[in-house]
Design a protein around this ligand. Structure first.
Ligand code: ASP
Length: 352
């Protein structure tokens, strides 16, 4: 791996366990400021990069992350895009995959690294994973290819021993250091003794346009997760939630749902009313194949759009982004079937 000498990097510290310290009274972890965080990693200076930082005031636990915060991060990147070679976002792990997915849609034509990382243990703890994650994220953000162009030109999550596409990632463990997985897309880099990029897996946008930051997100979207015992009354209640425009339906296996008339009836009525219903699987691995079983087929016949192998984090933020663009229901349905930022495997498409 080659890194740019004296690379200029911007760290955006939003909060999360990585920067937390123990409250002496309650012993609960609470976010602390950036100087505390960086004082605990003197090795950062040894990298020889030119690093500036911006911090959320106050830093937050990522359970409090919101689309307004996503806009704050996206705008900071947009505003300083030409001043830096790369961006490192320090973030709590709980909603990191949602932020990574949202930013991937919000930062159109991105050609620089936006590397999101955090840690399972606070950076001041002896066994912390934060120090290594931070240092590696900075190195990844400074990495260049043989032509001197940024190696990573997308939003990615760096955690433990891998670099993953942000909108393909999910938090899989509340206590392992290896907390994130990208089950339907290979790693972008392996972090071992060396940082080994898997170049064919990296996203490259196919146009030359300038970065466009989209901050309009429409949050009139919900998840409905299927479970045996879901009643017609509850389902109809959720589908009739006031104002909603889109639903991510988390189905069983390869995109299956009950094919009983009450279920299909409620869903097709909602679709006919104009609701966009997007089918993603509850399984961590694999995707929707609604031609495999009759139970999946009936959903497709009811007008439910296949989310293929998208993560639920990518699915809900893609809906927010598309509705935020002011698109009609039909336009959103069409856009959902396209791969916009490498978030979905669309048949017949090569490297994404
Ligand atoms: N609750 C923390 C957060 O997401 C957990 C973490 O950072 O790992 O902010």
């Amino acid at each position: 791996m080659t890194t740019k000498q004296g690379a200029r990097l911007l760290i955006i510290y939003t909060g999360g366990t990585i920067g937390m310290i123990e409250n002496p009274v309650t012993h609960a972890l609470q976010p602390f400021d950036f100087s505390h965080l960086i004082d605990n990693v003197p090795k950062v200076k040894m990298l020889g990069y030119d690093i500036d930082n911006i911090q959320f005031n106050p830093p937050i636990d990522s359970s409090n992350m919101s689309p307004e915060h996503w806009s704050e991060i996206a705008c900071a990147i947009g505003e300083h895009y030409d001043d830096y070679d790369g961006f490192v976002v320090l973030h709590g792990t709980d909603t990191m995959a949602f932020t990574a997915s949202a930013l991937s849609f919000m930062l159109e034509h991105l050609r620089k690294p936006v590397i999101i990382t955090g840690s399972q243990l606070p950076i001041g703890e002896v066994r912390t994973d934060g120090e290594e994650n931070l240092i590696t994220a900075l190195q990844v953000a400074a990495a260049v290819d043989a032509q001197g162009a940024p190696m990573v030109q997308e939003v990615a999550i760096l955690f433990n021993d891998s670099l993953l596409r942000g909108n393909r990632s999910s938090k899989m463990s509340a206590d392992n250091f290896n907390a994130f997985k990208s089950n339907n897309y290979p790693e972008l880099a392996r972090i071992g003794l060396a940082i080994t990029f898997l170049e064919k897996n990296l996203y490259r946008s196919c146009d030359d346009e300038k970065l466009k930051v989209h901050t309009a997100l429409d949050t009139d979207v919900i998840f409905i997760e299927l479970y045996p015992g879901l009643s017609e009354q509850t389902l109809r209640h959720m589908l009739n939630t006031p104002h909603i425009k889109g639903v991510v339906l988390k189905t069983y296996g390869a995109g299956n749902a009950p094919n009983e008339p009450w279920f299909i009836g409620a869903v097709s009525e909602a679709v006919n009313r104009g609701l966009v219903v997007l089918n993603v699987t509850q399984c961590a691995n694999g995707g929707v194949n609604n031609t495999l079983y009759e139970t999946g087929n009936s959903l497709a016949a009811a007008g439910v759009v296949s989310g293929h192998d998208m993560t639920s984090e990518a699915a809900i933020t893609k809906l927010m982004y598309l509705f935020g663009q002011g698109l009609s229901g039909d336009e959103v349905r069409r856009a959902l079937l396209t791969d916009m930022r490498g978030e979905v495997t669309v048949a017949g498409k090569g490297r994404n």
